[in-house]
Design a protein around this ligand. Structure first.
Ligand SMILES: NC(=O)c1ccc[n+]([C@@H]2O[C@H](COP(=O)([O-])OP(=O)(O)OC[C@H]3O[C@@H](n4cnc5c(N)ncnc54)[C@H](O)[C@@H]3O)[C@@H](O)[C@H]2O)c1
Length: 336
């Protein structure tokens, strides 16, 4: 198939592109590099041996999207392009709505105009309200604690409305938990412009850019007192998109799935895994709890396991080892 991947140069978009190409699909990508590097494109080609047909631009540029659909004969779309920094979303709420929600609306309008109605959408566990211990299933209450999570709910609703109005649509909404890790080639991985999540922060410590990691809160009701999250290897997450695409080939309507491992890992455990993978001590200091953090956020992935036959296969050790290999070979990210 010919798949349009929005946000192709991003962390998850690039890893998914590699898996799509390995499965024999042709990837047509769009990105404006607001949070990525153009240097990733030759690296994708180095891994797969296949170039990405690439368009530089904004997903809100209706004219450009029209041109892509006319020229490229797209069969389906995987829509990653969005702004995703939770803290920033408080300061830049309008921009988050403009890119994430209006961008998705523009994309849908153009898709409909060109009779392309198969879509896999990147949603997030950020849509859920606070939970203290149970596994989160898809029916758990929606109560985002930040504007970023609100935009993801708005997009899910927008897409459901489309499918209600026009039953030809076939849409899979994937709510990712915490994507981490890197491709086994160590040619692509996560290298955010402003690291805000645990794995990129640990990698900054390993690169010597940051002296220590701050563990926010050690008095949570968890076995070691630190927060527990569901860390999913980015290659497992990429493969979930291929399973979702298969669903859209044979069905119409909207499906919603959590994408996680179902296993929780504490902050201390992830630091220990990175220490084992790197053979180095990662200095840690203790800080206060962060506003809005809850003790445990772990996916119940039973639905996607059963209905799409997808299951996370990679371990915490795989996550740590692939991340360490990536950052060791690319201490300056894609600029090497
Ligand atoms: N990484 C996570 O922790 C996580 C968790 C849950 C959901 N998600 C969602 O997954 C998707 C991909 O996330 P990621 O981690 O790969 O993020 P990323 O920032 O690495 O990738 C997003 C890509 O989209 C591009 N982009 C942003 N706005 C654009 C626009 N207006 N036009 C064209 N391109 C644009 C960026 O330049 C970037 O290359 C996002 O929708 C994000 O909200 C991510």
């Amino acid at each position: 198939m010919r798949i349009l991947v929005t946000g192709v140069a991003g962390y998850i978009g690039s890893h998914t592109t590699v898996e799509l190409q390995a499965a024999g699909h042709t990837v047509i990508g769009i990105d404006n590099f607001v949070n990525s590097s153009r240097e990733i494109l030759p690296r994708i080609e180095k891994i797969s041996g296949v170039p990405v047909k690439f368009y530089e631009g904004d997903i809100r540029d209706e004219k450009l999207l029209d041109e892509i659909f006319v020229v490229e004969k797209i069969d389906a779309v995987i829509h990653f392009a969005a702004l995703k920094a939770v803290a920033e979303s408080f300061d830049c709420r309008d921009e988050y709505y403009a890119v994430n929600v209006e961008g998705t609306r523009t994309l849908c309008n153009v898709m409909e105009r060109h009779n392309v109605t198969r879509l896999v959408y990147s949603s997030s566990a950020a849509v859920y309200g606070p939970a203290e211990s149970d596994l989160l299933s898809e029916t758990f209450a929606l109560k985002p604690t930040n504007p970023y999570g609100e935009t993801k709910i708005a997009c899910e609703e927008l897409l459901r409305e489309r499918a209600e109005k026009n039953p030809v649509w076939s849409i899979v909404l994937l709510r990712y938990f915490n994507p981490v890790g890197a491709h086994a080639s160590a040619l692509i991985g996560e290298f955010p412009k402003s690291p805000a999540n645990i794995a990129p922060i640990i990698m900054e410590v390993l690169r010597g850019v940051r002296p220590a990691i701050t563990i926010n809160g050690t008095d949570y009701s968890t076995p070691d007192g630190t927060c527990i999250r569901d860390y999913i290897h980015v290659v497992d997450l990429a493969l979930a998109h291929l399973a979702a695409l298969d669903w859209t080939a044979a069905n119409t309507g909207v499906k919603l799935y959590n994408v996680g491992t179902g296993r929780g890992c504490s902050v201390k455990e992830i630091i220990t895994a990175f220490e084992a993978a790197s053979g180095r001590m990662i200095p840690a200091q203790y800080g206060p709890r962060r506003a809005g953090d809850v003790a445990v956020v772990v996916a119940d992935p039973a639905l996607i396991n059963a209905e799409l036959g997808w299951r996370a296969a990679r371990s915490l050790k795989d996550i740590a080892e692939s991340s360490v290999a990536w950052i060791t070979k690319n201490p300056r990210g894609f600029e090497n």
